[in-house]
Design a protein around this ligand. Structure first.
Ligand SMILES: Nc1ncnc2c1ncn2[C@@H]1O[C@H](COP(=O)(O)OP(=O)(O)OP(=O)(O)O)[C@@H](O)[C@H]1O
Ligand SMILES: [Mg+2]
Length: 254
């Protein structure tokens, strides 16, 4: 498939006494929204941080368009990321914040207004970020990630703080973004957030990728999404595929 995808292979990270990520391997493909789903503490953020060059892996590789993040010629024009929403200075206006990031990424200042429109913050551009609600901050973070019109979007729990209408808006936005041939990888610990919004699923549990495949495969043969999720994230669960094809990762539990 053409386009810029994400390839994670054998990725591992251990913090003092904690195997945060263990031998994680999965792909996120151009033209598709990939949900990275797992319980709290499963290793989602650590994996995404390694993909974005913010945490050094102990082993393995994480590639964007075939190269590690640190080797990208045009990082913010290749991958846009929202890992947390604390980044904007409260005294800055949204426009000032976006323009500063345009300058940092080498993008035209007019991109600040261009990204405000699809993210729904045009009317708030001249307000100080300190007065923003959590949901507005999420939208500003997404707008910041979009400044370089990136081929890949990486979002860590982007629905946090969004109201139901905001969640539907985000889902629609990400679908359209992927439909234009780009790659969207978003994490969530909330199963129901992903059930309408993603094409593919990667499940992670206690640092290990336990399933990878399409959402359709995941829920094949009448298995509910919840049942399949619990099967791949609970200790007592049998290690069988929820559907016929899919890609269960066998033998990952002691
Ligand atoms: N900097 C760190 N130092 C020590 N331990 C860490 C660090 N970052 C993460 N961990 C640990 O690694 C494990 C995975 O954490 P991570 O934040 O990647 O999980 P997550 O899937 O993003 O969880 P959540 O859904 O709560 O965001 C956890 O046990 C966590 O406590
Ligand atoms: Mg996290």
């Amino acid at each position: 498939m053409s386009g810029t995808g994400v390839e994670v292979a054998g990725l591992a990270k251990r913090f003092a006494g904690v195997d945060a990520v263990r031998d994680a391997t999965f792909n996120a493909h151009p033209g598709r929204v990939t949900g990275f789903l797992g319980p709290n503490g499963a290793g989602k953020s650590t994996t995404l941080r390694m993909l974005l060059g913010l945490t050094r892996p102990d082993a393995g590789t994480a590639l964007i368009g075939g190269v590690p993040y640190r080797d990208l010629d045009d990082p913010s024009g290749t991958v846009g990321a929202v890992l947390d929403i604390a980044g904007a200075h409260p005294a800055m206006t949204a426009r000032g914040h976006l323009r500063a990031y345009c300058a940092l990424g080498g993008h035209a200042a007019a991109n600040a207004e261009r990204v405000a429109e699809p993210t729904g913050i045009s009317a708030y551009l001249d307000r100080r970020v300190g007065s923003f609600s959590t949901g507005m901050r999420q939208r500003l973070s997404l707008a910041t990630a979009l400044l370089g019109d990136p081929a890949v979007l990486v979002l860590d729990e982007p629905s946090n703080g969004l109201d139901p209408a905001g969640i539907v808006w985000l889902r629609t936005f990400l679908r359209e973004y992927a439909a234009s041939g780009r790659t969207v990888l978003l994490s969530s610990h909330v199963l129901t957030e992903l059930q309408y919004g993603v094409d593919d699923l990667v499940l992670i549990d206690r640092g290990r990728v336990t399933w990878e495949g399409s959402l359709a495969e995941f829920t094949a043969h009448g298995t509910s999404l919840e049942e399949a999720f619990l099967r791949f994230t609970s200790d007592a669960a049998p290690r069988t595929a929820p559907g016929a094809s899919g890609a269960p990762i066998e033998g990952v539990r002691a």
